[in-house]
Design a protein around this ligand. Structure first.
Ligand code: FAD
Length: 383
């Protein structure tokens, strides 16, 4: 149990509810969703009924009005059992919170309530075949046509876009960054599913192709020219909250799997847990899990308190938690030997999903670039 003294009674109760739900409705089936490469829509509907899909959406728009810590706890609980299902909370929140912060009143009224109820699923479409980390260089175009625009371009690796009802698409009109909401069934939209990913196999990744899609001014999100600087980072911030906490959940699943296995498995006449090397692996895993949780909690509490350094703390949490989860997953396989190398055991799935955490919402290197620059400034001794 994650029973931190900094959590409120309400947050502890919510976390308990999330864990109980996951135990009954997620854990027994998650491996099958991974093998089938798709979380069933009925599972998402059930999560929506329980209030999990729109938990962080403000109450005035039909959401749960949760704080960031509670949203994080949801991701921890679900991240331990299904990274693919948790990916839905990630992208739904990225899109909904972007609309809630930067959308027009009409957009909020139109989209947030059905998103909160899980009736509308949203995808965050930034990455393109030629552009990943360097989002300033996106090539998707918004070409003016009278007072409207024509959207053209290709987006790739877009989580849940194979199931989504709307896409939040980022592009440019000449050098002005722009974003719009477009329904997945709008004329000119093509969705091409991507299968056989390393991880997130149940998360409906697709390639999206937009050909002369008509975009009206009321579809635009944020002010043209300010979208990459302000609109996208807001969505990405929530993506990082989700990924950081989900990584700590995955990390916990690794710790539980490795400990159980090492207590049962006997070699050289005793449980392998009695061997120093296995104890060292487990010790590092648990200490790093606690460190990752502390960073997640500190970042989320700062976010809830609107502290100026909240965004940086969340970047740190995502950077550390994703790398720590990856190490934990590798150590779990190590502790299990050949048994960890087969798909009959979930350790292999954890390993595949953990690697993804180091790539999405800013790769390790991109986060080092941003954090390193900020830290150098912050910790430079004044002469
Ligand atoms: C499972 C999954 C789900 C995804 N979901 C979405 C989604 O919903 N929406 C979306 O828009 N995108 C999504 N993505 C794409 C993801 O955001 C990108 O993969 C990520 O931004 C990195 O871009 P890239 O893969 O093109 O790698 P690149 O940017 O081409 O980078 C390749 C390598 O070079 C390194 N690198 C790049 N620039 C630098 C630098 N300046 N210094 C040092 N190293 C550098 C990177 O760290 C990386 O190791 C998803 C990806 C995956 C795998």
């Amino acid at each position: 149990m994650f029973n931190h003294h900094l959590l409120t009674q309400q947050q502890k109760a919510d976390y308990k509810r999330f864990r109980e739900y996951v135990k009954e409705y997620v854990e027994p089936f998650a491996s099958e969703w991974d093998k089938q490469q798709g979380v069933p829509r009925s599972v998402i509907e059930k999560c929506a009924e329980a209030g999990f899909v729109g938990g962080i959406i403000p109450k005035e728009y039909g959401g749960g009005g949760w704080d960031t810590v509670t949203f994080g706890l949801l991701n921890e609980a679900f991240g331990a059992a299904s990274s693919s299902l948790c990916g839905l909370f990630t992208v739904q929140t990225m899109v909904a919170m972007t609309i809630s912060r930067w959308g027009s009143e009409e957009q909020k009224k139109q989209w947030l309530e059905p998103m909160a109820k899980g009736k509308v699923i949203g995808s965050f479409a930034m990455t393109e075949p030629k552009v990943g980390s360097d989002i300033q260089s996106i090539e998707t175009t918004f070409t003016p046509q009278g007072e409207n625009y024509l959207l053209n371009g290709t987006k790739r690796w877009i989580t849940y876009s194979g199931l989504a009802d709307i896409f939040l698409v980022f592009g440019k009109n000449e050098d002005k960054s722009m974003a719009c909401i477009i329904p997945s069934n709008a004329p000119g939209v093509k969705v091409i599913p991507i299968r056989d990913m390393l991880g997130f196999r149940g998360a409906y990744l697709s390639q999206l192709e937009f050909t002369d899609c008509l975009i009206t001014p009321s579809d635009l999100v944020g002010k043209p020219g300010l979208v990459i600087a302000y609109v996208a980072p807001y969505g990405l911030h929530y993506g990082r909250v989700s990924t950081a906490w989900s990584s700590t959940g995955l990390h916990r699943a690794c710790v539980e799997t490795a400990s159980s296995y090492a207590s049962e498995r006997r070699q050289f006449g005793e449980p392998i847990m009695e061997h120093g090397l296995i104890r060292e692996l487990l010790t590092d895993m648990v200490v790093e899990m606690e460190a990752a949780r502390s960073l997640c909690l500190s970042g989320s509490i700062a976010d809830d308190a609107h502290m100026p350094d909240a965004m940086e703390k969340i970047l740190m949490a995502k950077y550390y938690a994703s790398r720590a989860a990856s190490r934990a997953a590798a150590n779990t396989i190590q502790a299990m030997g050949a048994a960890g190398c087969h798909e009959e055991n979930r350790a292999a799935e954890y390993y595949r999903n953990a690697k993804i955490m180091e790539i999405i919402e800013g790769t390790n290197q991109v986060l080092q670039r941003v954090l390193g620059k900020s830290f150098a400034r912050k910790y430079k001794k004044k002469s």
